[in-house]
Design a protein around this ligand. Structure first.
Ligand SMILES: *Cc1c(COP(=O)(O)O)cnc(C)c1O
Length: 396
């Protein structure tokens, strides 16, 4: 089928929920992808922070192939060997004592919200159900996670929304303190607001939130769906804050492209769930867990975190220099390889022009160019992107 025919059928048969760029990607290798016309692109989107080890990673492909030939799916009615290994890895590598598996970020957050409410009702005593989330946050698209999301634009048209959420400004601990009531069971926050525009809070923000939650006896939930699994240079972003959450959610890069989500918790919080409280048919199935296991091991064993830190700071440095030459750049910010350029204009024409020059980037929140490339990129890849940005911004 020609590209034109594919694009025509795409809009004929697929529900109109995405504003898509008119190319069809058909192949990937490392940080490169190819479209249906054979055109090559350097991919600084990586499926939106998903393919952190790059596309078509041979060890991941092999692990999925082997598992598919052995056992693809059973059910959580039974114990599942690769699920046990992934849970042990995640628990050993984090603050957590227990893991629950699902298939996406929204589901991981839904599980976290359910756990916090159950904890609030049964362990805190009283009828605590309210969760404080941040303005400009993003937690997913199910009815409950879109309600947790502190952005009205994602909620419009879906009323009535579930009750039990209060929003406060990000990076403002005293606003959280004022919003806490006798009904509050948890505070839920992204360590860096990603969809919201790569917004990085003050260094002591999480530490102060932790102290507040401890004082008030409420849970701290971190949504690391986008920043987890090495994106910020440490396996989990919270490691850089010196505190531990009670609950943390993961998804995007957890399976390097295989859809997997996880909700991790301390024993104290996890104790609120007993058999029958929560479940997922596909959650933690052998195929997904095989992808997860090899992804975790590859991140840890192949210098991925060091590369992320080193190339990330090189990228940030080069962008700060780029800012000096381009008035439309308002701000440059990032940590590891989650990097944003705030523009004084809408970002979509820059995204389009970069694509014409063979570089895929993304724009979030209207005017923030977002860069979430595979964590295995090189300085040469960064040089190419910066060069292309310099060209396409030159005549913006
Ligand atoms: C992407 C994202 C989600 C939603 O994940 P899905 O897999 O799309 O449901 C939730 N929280 C954050 C921080 C995200 O970046």
């Amino acid at each position: 089928m020609t590209t034109e025919e594919l694009l025509a059928r795409s809009s004929q048969y697929i529900m109109n929920t995405y504003r898509r760029i008119p190319i069809v990607l058909v192949k990937g290798e490392g940080a490169r992808v190819w479209d249906s016309n054979g055109r090559e692109y350097l991919d600084f989107v990586a499926g939106i922070a998903v393919c952190s080890l790059g596309h078509s990673h041979p060890a991941i492909a092999e692990a999925i192939r082997n598992q598919a030939e052995t056992l693809s799916h059973v059910s959580n009615l039974y114990h599942i060997e690769p699920q046990i290994h992934v849970a042990e890895r995640l628990v050993t590598l984090s603050f957590a004592d227990k893991a629950f598996f699902c298939n996406s970020g929204a589901e991981a957050n839904e599980a976290a919200i359910k756990l916090a409410r159950k904890y609030g009702h049964e362990i805190m005593g009283g009828k605590r159900f309210e969760i404080i989330t941040m303005e400009n946050s993003f937690h997913g698209r199910t009815l409950t996670t879109v309600t947790a999301t502190g952005q009205r634009k994602f909620q419009l048209g879906f009323d009535p929304l579930p009750e039990g959420f209060r929003y406060v400004p990000f990076n403002d601990v005293s606003a959280v303190e004022k919003a806490i009531t006798e009904n509050t069971c948890a505070v839920m926050v992204e360590p860096i607001q990603a969809e919201g525009g790569i917004v990085i809070p003050d260094d002591d923000y999480l530490r102060r939130l932790r102290r507040l939650c401890d004082d008030k006896g409420i849970l701290l939930i971190l949504d690391e769906v986008q920043v987890g699994m090495g994106r910020t240079g440490t396996l989990f972003a919270y490691e850089q804050s010196g505190i531990n959450p009670d609950i943390m959610t993961l998804a995007k890069a957890l399976g390097n492209g295989f859809p997997v989500g996880a909700m991790l918790a301390t024993d104290a919080a996890a104790a609120a769930f007993v058999p029958g409280n929560h479940a997922s048919t596909f959650g933690g199935n052998p195929l997904g867990m095989a992808a997860c296991l090899i992804t975790i091991d590859t991140i840890l064993n192949e210098g991925v975190l060091d590369n992320c830190k080193a190339v990330g700071s090189y990228f940030l440095d080069r962008l700060k220099h780029l800012k000096e030459d381009h008035d439309i750049i308002v701000d440059v910010r990032g940590r590891g390889l989650i990097v944003g350029i705030e523009l004084s204009i809408a970002g979509d024409t820059i995204v389009e022009r970069a694509m014409e020059k063979g570089v895929l980037i993304n724009c979030t929140n209207g005017n923030i160019l977002r860069f979430v490339p595979p964590l295995i990129i090189t300085r040469d890849d960064v040089d190419m992107v910066v060069e292309v940005l310099d060209e396409v911004m030159g005549n913006a």
